[in-house]
Ligand binder design. Sequence first.
Ligand code: BES
Ligand code: MN
Ligand code: ZN
Length: 522
Amino acid sequence: MIKTTVKSETIDQHKTDCLILFTPEEKKPAGELKKLDQSLKGVVTDAFKEKRFEGKLNQTYLIYSQGETKAGHVLLVGIGKSKELTEEKLRQAAGTAAKLAEKSRFKKITFFLVEGELEKLLDKDRKKTSNEVARAVAEGAYLGLYYFDHYKKKMEKDEAPRRIEEITLLSNSKASLAKLRQQSERAWKVAEGVCFARDLILHPGNTATPTYLAQAAKKMAAKHKITCKILGPQEMKKLGMGSLLGVAQGSNEPPALIVLEYKGGKKGDAPVVIVGKGITFDTGGISLKPPANMDEMKKDMSGGAAAMGALQVAASLKLPINVIGLVPSAENMPSGTAIKPGDIVTSMSGKTIEVLNTDAEGRLVLADALSYAARYKPKAIIDLATLTGAVIMALGHLATAVVGTDENLINKLIKCGDLTGEKLWQLPLWEEHEKATKSDIADLKNIASAGVGAGTTMGAAFLKAFAGDQPWAHLDIAGTAWCGEDKPYVPKGASGVGVRLLTEFLEQEAMGKKQKSKKAKR
Ligand code: BES
Ligand code: MN
Ligand code: ZN
């Protein structure tokens, strides 16, 4: 755990191993940086002049201060053109700087934030009422410093990384301390939720089974004000969840439907239900996947992990809203008992499904969870799933696809995506797509006929049959749940996508409601 402190001091008074300054693309140092440059005998001016450092986004320049300042080192990190500053760029720059500082083996690092300076840049065209500079900086740093070394039991002493122990947010103004503290505390809680999800995803399939996920959910719930119920195969049978059970039947691991209930809102307030695909390993089943990169299919519970992470954050931030998390979890295996192409299952909704491809298992487990969601009479259902490879064809790894039945909900989610940097892009869902889910001999089939294409939309069209009339949005995170290379605040591997997006959404819903009831009172 990294200790975080906030402080107000002048830059030359402050003692730290590494003082980090956000530096825009200007020709020469200005403001506080100019003063610092003078103490450092013009190294910064020199760096700009010789173009060793130009303030480009995520560019870094580490300066040894030779005892000229109380900070052992000064680290400049670029944030790009002043006029084009966004929270996302700040998160990235903070992550980049924190990681470099850690690699350089500093233990105590400090982000220097001049009161109002970055805020002004962010506000320029957007006229925001609140400034979230400290939040973005803290989030970027915490998320960038994430690591997963659970299975590295024997690390050579020299090889073992040294971890950053303390992050200070330093301001030149006392007045901003409360705000810094509040924002960094929030950022820490959000980052904890993201890292909880990342951990769950990175644990391999032989550890993170449906039973393990259920245990993890129980443990998390016990730490927060969340109730957790686990439905096993018997209960599923009783509820008629033939679709979820059909996927699970090829595996020795019993399935679990994780039900998390957080009641931060008023009794009787319609909740938001978050449904997350929880396939702990996807071999494809009898429609077996090819071997290349199959190991990555341990990530097929990323939607479930995001749902669990979001509930944790909602509870730890004590958001005044009711939220339900549902994670239908199973392992998709080929075996003598596995479901076969052509088999027909009956879902909880009563609709029958012809399973033409056992590798389209995500929609099968989600179908029953969506039916289960209806019992909460939710004001919105959001499902997250690593559902289709097709979404990578459409959007690559840069955006999550959103498809749904409620434009208002979709637009809200897209906005939250812009704010958090977890981008969403809407794909259509038309009657023609729904028609293509009809089976010749059952009510539905789990894949469309060859030639229909639109794989991501077809996945959603199938889910729509189970979401019913409730306001519903489906997020296909198959391209965004996993990061193929290190990014400034997303290390290679599990991204934990969805947690920050959902947190933002839940927070806005909670706030919106408060404002509405205030208005009503007046
Ligand atoms: N879990 C996969 C989707 C996936 C692919 C996630 C790549 C992450 C990266 C899903 O269960 C699946 O296999 N989908 C099939 C659907 C097809 C059979 C209609 C796919 O995308 O090929
Ligand atoms: Mn599959
Ligand atoms: Zn899958």
